[in-house]
Write a new protein. Structure first.
Length: 315
């Protein structure tokens, strides 16, 4: 078993969804099934059916994706708690939407309020995307400063906004903004040195000023959510630093919708604090791949299936 004093748990965000997510856990562990049932009751529709059976198009809608990813990670976390009663990671972090999972695991909010806050966030982001259609694109092979410079150049040229949305790992960034600006950036990226640039299959310009219309109502919902000081250090996306107080958390989540996800810096900060092992809790294994690119010497474990969990428990 791992040394929890040097272990961080990381939780995925949007893009980690897939039909069938969490189904094997729900079929094997009653606590996982109960987690999905609890979420279904809170939301008033069968999120579990959408997770396990699709249709994929519905699951990929932002309004559904975010609660699906959150609930799946929480179901796996609850199984992990049950199977490893003395579990206490030294740090937690989540990528974008995954930050809400990290905060729940750290005791900063209840699962019930987490489900409702995440669903409000996803609904508002979907509405903002409908009101201000945008785009996102992945860039490979450029450093962060170059991406920021390219965004500024294209914004000046087009008069439309495009910004760095995610600094995922060295050489991998995501930009977000107006459709025209994102398409223009993709067109000129290779001339700037990018190895690859492609528009992503999303209609919501997450982590950009195009999400600003969602802020007032999200702030009201966040204000009405009961928060507590985290019992485990949570590293924020916006600050790339620990969120030690309720005020820190409120400020982080208020800014997160429109600001850059500083994932590389967050992981580097946790490594600097002493992390040797990163355990990804949730569907797919996207974050484990990013950690490998950030520091390949660190141990990476992915708990995305019951088979993976069994192998972990047997070590």
């Amino acid at each position: 078993m791992v040394n929890w004093d040097t272990t961080a748990l990381i939780f995925p965000g949007q893009a980690s969804q897939e039909v069938g997510m969490g189904k094997d856990f729900a079929e094997t562990y009653p606590v996982a099934r109960e987690t999905f049932e609890q979420a279904d009751d809170l939301l008033g529709f069968s999120l579990s059916t959408m997770c396990w059976e699709g249709p994929e198009d519905d699951l990929n809608q932002t309004i559904n994706t975010q609660p699906a990813v959150y609930v799946t990670s929480m179901a796996i976390w609850r199984v992990l708690q049950q199977e490893v009663p003395d579990i206490k990671p030294a740090w937690v972090a989540g990528h974008s939407l995954g930050e809400f999972t990290a905060l729940t695991v750290a005791g900063a909010m209840s699962f019930e309020e987490g489900v409702q806050l995440v669903y409000k966030r996803s609904s508002l982001m979907q509405e903002a995307g409908d009101q201000n259609p945008g785009a996102m694109a992945a860039l490979l092979g450029l450093d962060t400063d170059k991406v920021i410079e390219l965004c500024q150049t294209v914004s000046d040229e087009t008069g439309k906004v495009v910004v760095l949305a995610n600094d995922n790992c060295p050489g991998q960034a995501v930009v977000s903004g107006d459709i025209e600006a994102v398409e223009r950036l993709v067109a000129v990226a290779s001339d700037a040195g990018a190895k690859r640039a492609l528009v992503l299959a999303v209609s919501v310009a997450a982590h950009s000023p195009l999400m600003s219309s969602a802020l007032p109502d999200f702030h009201k919902k966040l204000d009405a959510t009961t928060l507590h000081e985290p019992q485990i250090p949570v590293y924020g996306n916006v600050s790339a630093a620990p969120l030690n107080t309720v005020a820190d958390i409120r400020q982080e989540l208020d800014h997160q919708l429109t600001q850059t996800v500083r994932w590389t810096e967050s992981m580097q900060a946790i490594i600097e604090a002493g992390a040797e092992t990163f355990i990804e809790v949730g569907s797919k294994d996207i974050l484990s791949g990013l950690v490998k690119r950030i520091d390949r010497k660190k141990t990476r474990i992915t708990l995305n299936t019951t088979e993976a969990l069994k192998a972990f428990l047997d070590t």
